[in-house]
Design a protein around this ligand. Sequence first.
Ligand SMILES: NC(=O)c1ccc[n+]([C@@H]2O[C@H](COP(=O)([O-])OP(=O)(O)OC[C@H]3O[C@@H](n4cnc5c(N)ncnc54)[C@H](OP(=O)(O)O)[C@@H]3O)[C@@H](O)[C@H]2O)c1
Length: 210
Amino acid sequence: MTTLALIGLGNMGKGLARRLAGKIDLLISTRDLATAEAFVASLPGGRAKALSTDAAMAGADIVVLAMPYAKALAAAANPALAGKIVVDMSNPITPDFANLLLGFDTSAAETIQAAAPEAKVVKAYNTIFAALLDQPVSQTQSLPVFLAGNDAGALAAVADLVVLSGFAAEATGGLETSRLLEPLGLLNIKFGYALGQGTTIAPAWVRLPA
Ligand SMILES: NC(=O)c1ccc[n+]([C@@H]2O[C@H](COP(=O)([O-])OP(=O)(O)OC[C@H]3O[C@@H](n4cnc5c(N)ncnc54)[C@H](OP(=O)(O)O)[C@@H]3O)[C@@H](O)[C@H]2O)c1
C-alpha cells in the first residue's frame, strides 16, 4: 500500500492533504512540527500522521515537495529521498510573478532531479491553482494534471495519486518536458492574476470534433 509524504503545509500542501485525507496513508511535515500536528488533528479519516521532514521522507513511497522552488531544491538534497518517487509541483518564478527563474536548457524539475539523483522525480500539479483543491471533486475531475518524468513506474504511481486527488492525469513526456510545463504554469498565473481571470482556472487542450 502506498504511503505519501507531504512536505510543506502552505496552500498546496493543505489542499492536497484535505483532498487525500482518509484515502491514503499521509505523513505530513512542515518546518514546525506543532503546526503539522494541529493540521493533522483537523483532518478526517484517521490516516494522517505529523512527523519531522526526515521521518516523513523516510517512511513514504511518494514524497510531494509542496514548497517554493528554492526550498524544494534544498530539500531534494535529503538522502532520505534515495529510491523514492518525488513530486515536484514548483513554478520557479520571480517574486513579482513576471518571469521564470530558469528554462530553455533546464527546468526546476530537472534541477531537483540533479539534487536527488537516486530519486525518481515527477513533475505534477504545477498548473493547478491551490483554489481548485477547495472545489468539489466533481468540478475538477476532468481537469488535467500534466505529468513529466523519466521512470514509467513513478509516472504510473503519480497518475494514480492525481486521480485519487480528484483530477485527470495527462502524461506529457520525459522530465525535460518540464521546460514546457513550467512556462505553462507561469502563463496560468498570468491569466489568473495579471489578466484578472482568478484562480479557479486551469489549462487544458481542446479537441474540435472531426
Ligand atoms: N499556490 C498555488 O496555487 C500553486 C499552484 C501550483 C503550483 N504551486 C507551487 O507549489 C509549491 C507550494 O506552493 P504554496 O503556494 O503551497 O506555497 P506556500 O503557501 O508558500 O507554502 C509553502 C510551505 O512550505 C513550508 N516549508 C518551507 N520550507 C520548508 C522546509 N524546508 N521543510 C518543510 N516545509 C517547508 C512552509 O512552511 P513555513 O510556513 O514554516 O515557511 C509552508 O508551509 C510552490 O513551489 C509553488 O510554485 C503553487
